[in-house]
Design a protein around this ligand. Structure first.
Ligand code: ADP
Ligand code: MG
Length: 699
C-alpha cells in the first residue's frame, strides 16, 4: 500500500489553484493527472531579471528591471492601428513603453503620470530610441518582491505557456513535504546532493544557467533517485523470479548432438557461449529469465533451437512465439530445415489456422505428440492447452506486453511449477548501460560475433539529387535477378510536407518498373501487409516500397539492395535495422543512404558511422552518444526504457552505480525493513515502481 506521506503527491492536478478541467486535460496529455507528474517536468531555461542598469547603459536586447518615472501617455485615436505609447525616464535617459491593442484606461491606471514604477522586460532599439514592448512586470517600488529575480522557462507544451506552467509548478511545489532520506549518506556527500525536497525545489527554480544541465547537483540527485528506483524494482523482480520453484532441465544431449551433426556449419564461439549460459540456467531449479541480444543475422534461431531441444530431451514441450504471422512461418520453416531427419515433431499455429487443421494441432499438442510449437499470439489463446510446456522462446520480445508474457508463463505453470523458463530474443542491440535499465530483471546473453563468410554490405552515401541515376542502377541490378527494398520515412501528421510520401514514390517507381513494385505502409491492415510481403518473398515483385513498418527479421535472401530515402532523418539504430534486411544471401549487397539535407553535424556523423561499421553493438553505443544531438524521426527506440526525469544521455553513467547500489541493498536488507529500507519503499512508490513491493514480506 502506498505510504500515507505520499498521498498529497498523488492528488489530481485540478486541486491546484489556477488548474481547471481544461488545463488539467492538457496537462494530462503531456505529463499526467497527478501533482507528482509536475515535479518531474523541469524548466529548460531561465530569464534573469537581476540586471538593473541606468537607462544609458542598457545593452540592446537585454532583459532588465529599471526604475523610471512616468512622463506622458500617447493613446492612439480610436480605430487606429498605432500602438499605445508611454514615455518615461530616469536620471540617465529615456524609455518608451509600447502596447499593441491596448486598453488605455488599464494602462493609465498602471502607469500614472508623475509616479515612479519598476518595469521589467526586454529592451530593444527602434529609431535610436530605447523601447520595451509589453513589459513583463510594471509595479510600484513597494511591490518590488512581485518581480522574480530569475524566472524559469518551461518547455512549450500544447496550449500551456511557460508563465501558466510556472504558476502550476509553484502550486505543486507548495505541496512538497520532506521525505525520509533513502540515499546512502556517503554517496550524497561525495556528490554534494541536496535532500530530496530541496532538490525538487532547486530543479524548478534554477538560479543560473549552471543549474540547468541534468548533471547539476539537484537534478543529478533526482536522476539518480529515478535510476535507483528502476534498478531496485528490477532487482526485486529478479530475486522474486529466482525464488519461484522452476523446473530443472538437465537430462540428455542426444538431440542436440544430432542437430550439430545435421547443421552444415560450425557454431560460432558466441553461439556456443550463449548456449552454454542457457544450459546452465535451465539446469537450475528456478525459472530462467534470459535475454538473448544479437544483430539480425547473428544466428539466434539455432541458439533458440538448441535451448528448445533441452526441453524436448527432458520429455517436455517448447514453444516459440513471434510477433507476426510471416515471422512465425519463417521460423517454422527454418526449424524444420535444421531438424530434417531427426525424430522430433514441430508444428505451427497462427491466426490463419482454422477449423479441422487447427483442431488437429490442438489435439496433438494436448496429447504430447507435438514437441515444439511455433506461432503468433495464437499460442496464448485459452483453448491452446499443452501436454507439458517447460520452455518458451519469445522472439522480438519488446513487441509483446508483460501480460502476454504472463499468459504464456501461466500455460507452463500448469505442471505445478511457479514459473516457466523463458528466453527472450531481440535483434535490437542496446548499449550495456541501457540493458541494465531495460532488462535488469533478466540475465543477458549477447551474440556479438557474426557467422563467418558474411559479405559486408557495400554502404554508400548519396544525395537525393542523384535519384534518377539510382533508379537506373536498380533497373540494371534487377535484370540480374536481385530484389530491392525502398524505404521512405514515415509521414508525420502533415507536419513535414517535404517528406517523400511512400505512396508518391510508389507511383513514381511504378512508372519505371510497372507491376514489379509493391507497397507496404503503416496504415494497411496486417493481412494486406502480409500479402504484399509474401509476394516479395516469393519473387512476384522485385521492389518493395515501404515505410519503416517492414518487419525486422523478415528473411529475403534474394534482397540485395536497400535504399533509404532521407536517411539523415533516421536514427542510427533504425538505419542499422533497415540495412540488416539485406546481406543475407550469397550475393553481395548494397545499401544506399539517400540524403536530402546534411547540414546537421550529427546527421553527417550518423551516416559516416553507418559506412564505417556493421557492428550493431557499436552502433547502439554511438546512437546513444549522438542522440539528443539532432531531431530524428522515431528517436524512441523500441525496447528503450522511459524515464520521467533522468536523461540517458546526461546521467547514463549513474546507472551502473545504481545497479550496484540496488544489489547491495537487497543483499543486506532483502525485505527493506531497515530505516533506509523503509525510505527506499517510499522511493519505489514515488517513481511508481512499486509493483514488486508486495513480494517483500514485511513492512
Ligand atoms: P537471426 O535470427 O539472429 O537474425 P538467423 O538465426 O536467422 O539469424 O541466422 C541467419 C543465417 O545464418 C541463417 O541462414 C543461418 O542458417 C545462418 N547461420 C547461423 N549460424 C551460423 C553459423 N555458425 N555459421 C554459418 N551460418 C550460420
Ligand atoms: Mg531471427
Amino acid at each position: 500500500m502506498r505510504p500515507e506521506i505520499l498521498y498529497p503527491f498523488f492528488a489530481d492536478t485540478v486541486s491546484l489553484p489556477g488548474v481547471g478541467g481544461r488545463i488539467a486535460a492538457l496537462l494530462e496529455k503531456i505529463l499526467g493527472r497527478k501533482l507528482l507528474d509536475i515535479f518531474w517536468h523541469l524548466p529548460v531555461d531561465i530569464i534573469d531579471r537581476r540586471a538593473c542598469p541606468p537607462l544609458s547603459e542598457i545593452k540592446y536586447d537585454q532583459v532588465v528591471t529599471v526604475k523610471v518615472t512616468i512622463d506622458k501617455h500617447d493613446a492612439p485615436p480610436r480605430g487606429s492601428r498605432r500602438p499605445y505609447r508611454v514615455w518615461c525616464h530616469d536620471d540617465s535617459g529615456r524609455l518608451q513603453l509600447i502596447f499593441f491593442h491596448a486598453k488605455g484606461d488599464y494602462i493609465l491606471r498602471q502607469l500614472p503620470v508623475g509616479e515612479v514604477r519598476l518595469i521589467s522586460g526586454k529592451v530593444e532599439v527602434f529609431n535610436e530610441q530605447l523601447q520595451m514592448s509589453h513589459p513583463d512586470y510594471m509595479v510600484s517600488p513597494d511591490k518590488q518582491d512581485d518581480i522574480p529575480d530569475v524566472e524559469p522557462i518551461y518547455p512549450l507544451t500544447a496550449g500551456i505557456s511557460s508563465k501558466v506552467m510556472t504558476k502550476i509548478a509553484r502550486g505543486a511545489l507548495g505541496k512538497l513535504v520532506p521525505l525520509p532520506e533513502w540515499q546512502d549518506a556517503s554517496l550524497r556527500s561525495r556528490e554534494a546532493w541536496p535532500p530530496w525536497m530541496e532538490a525538487v525545489k532547486a530543479a524548478h527554480m534554477p538560479q543560473s544557467h549552471g543549474d540547468l544541465p541534468m548533471n547539476s547537483p539537484a537534478r543529478a540527485r533526482l536522476a539518480y533517485d529515478e535510476f535507483l528506483a528502476n534498478q531496485l524494482a528490477l532487482e526485486i523482480m529478479r530475486r522474486q523470479n529466482q525464488k519461484k520453484k522452476g523446473r530443472s532441465l538437465r537430462a540428455g544431449g542426444t538431440l542436440r548432438a544430432r542437430l550439430l551433426e545435421n547443421l552444415p556449419y560450425q557454431l560460432t564461439n558466441a553461439q556456443n557461449r550463449c548456449i552454454g549460459e542457457i544450459e546452465k540456467d535451465l539446469a537450475q531449479p528456478y525459472a530462467m529469465m534470459r535475454l538473448l541480444q544479437g544483430d539480425v543475422g547473428s544466428g539466434k534461431t539455432v541458439v533458440a533451437l538448441m535451448a528448445m531441444l533441452i526441453a524436448v530431451e527432458n520429455n517436455a514441450q517448447a514453444a516459440m512465439i513471434a510477433p507476426t504471422e510471416i515471422l512465425a512461418r519463417q521460423h517454422y520453416v527454418s526449424l524444420l530445415d535444421m531438424t530434417a531427419g531427426m525424430d522430433i515433431n514441430i508444428a505451427v499455429l497462427t491466426g490463419r489456422d482454422k477449423g479441422r487443421a487447427r483442431q488437429k494441432t490442438l489435439d496433438d499438442l494436448m496429447s504430447g505428440e507435438i514437441d515444439i510449437l511455433v506461432g503468433t499470439h495464437a499460442l496464448f489463446q485459452k483453448d491452446v492447452i499443452y501436454h507439458d510446456l517447460a520452455f518458451a522462446v519469445v522472439d522480438e520480445q519488446h513487441r509483446f506486453g508483460v501480460e502476454q508474457r504472463m499468459a504464456l508463463s501461466a500455460k507452463g505453470a500448469a505442471q505445478g511449477y511457479g514459473a516457466m523458463d523463458m528466453l527472450a530474443m531481440t535483434a535490437t542491440p542496446i548499449p550495456r548501460t541501457l540493458t541494465l535499465t531495460a532488462y535488469g530483471d533478466m540475465d543477458s546473453s549477447r551474440l556479438d560475433e557474426k557467422p563467418p563468410g558474411r559479405k559486408p554490405v557495400d554502404t554508400r552515401i548519396i544525395p537525393l539529387g542523384r535519384l534518377d541515376e539510382v533508379v537506373q542502377g536498380i533497373k540494371r541490378a534487377l535484370v540480374g535477378g536481385n530484389r530491392a527494398f525502398w524505404i521512405c520515412p514515415l509521414v508525420e501528421e502533415s507536419e513535414v510536407l517535404d517528406l517523400a510520401a511512400a505512396e508518391e514514390r510508389y507511383r513514381h517507381l511504378e512508372q519505371v518498373f510497372g507491376t514489379r513494385v509493391g507497397l507496404v505502409h503503416g496504415k494497411m491492415k496486417s493481412k494486406e501487409k502480409d500479402d504484399v510481403m509474401t509476394r516479395f518473398v516469393s519473387g512476384d515483385i522485385d521492389i518493395l516500397v515501404a515505410t519503416t513498418v517492414v518487419e525486422v527479421g523478415v528473411n529475403v535472401p534474394e534482397a540485395t539492395i536497400m535504399i533509404i530515402e532521407h536517411a539523415e532523418r533516421f536514427g542510427l539504430s533504425q538505419l542499422h535495422q533497415l540495412r540488416g534486411r539485406v546481406g543475407r544471401g550469397l550475393e553481395k549487397s548494397t545499401c544506399l543512404l539517400l540524403y536530402g539535407n546534411l547540414s546537421g553535424t550529427a546527421a553527417k556523423a550518423r551516416l559516416e558511422i553507418m559506412r564505417e561499421t556493421e557492428d550493431g553493438f557499436r552502433i547502439a553505443e554511438e546512437d546513444l552518444r549522438l542522440r539528443g544531438a539532432g531531431e530524428l524521426l522515431g528517436t524512441r527506440q523500441s525496447g528503450m526504457p522511459d524515464f520521467k526525469v533522468a536523461s540517458l544521455e546526461e546521467n547514463g553513467q549513474l546507472i551502473a552505480i545504481a545497479r550496484d547500489d540496488a544489489r547491495l541493498i537487497m543483499e543486506k536488507d532483502p525485505e527493506l525493513k531497515s530505516e533506509r529500507g523503509q525510505a527506499l519503499r517510499i522511493l519505489l512508490y514515488l517513481f511508481e515502481r512499486d509493483e514488486g513491493v508486495k513480494y517483500l514480506t514485511s513492512g
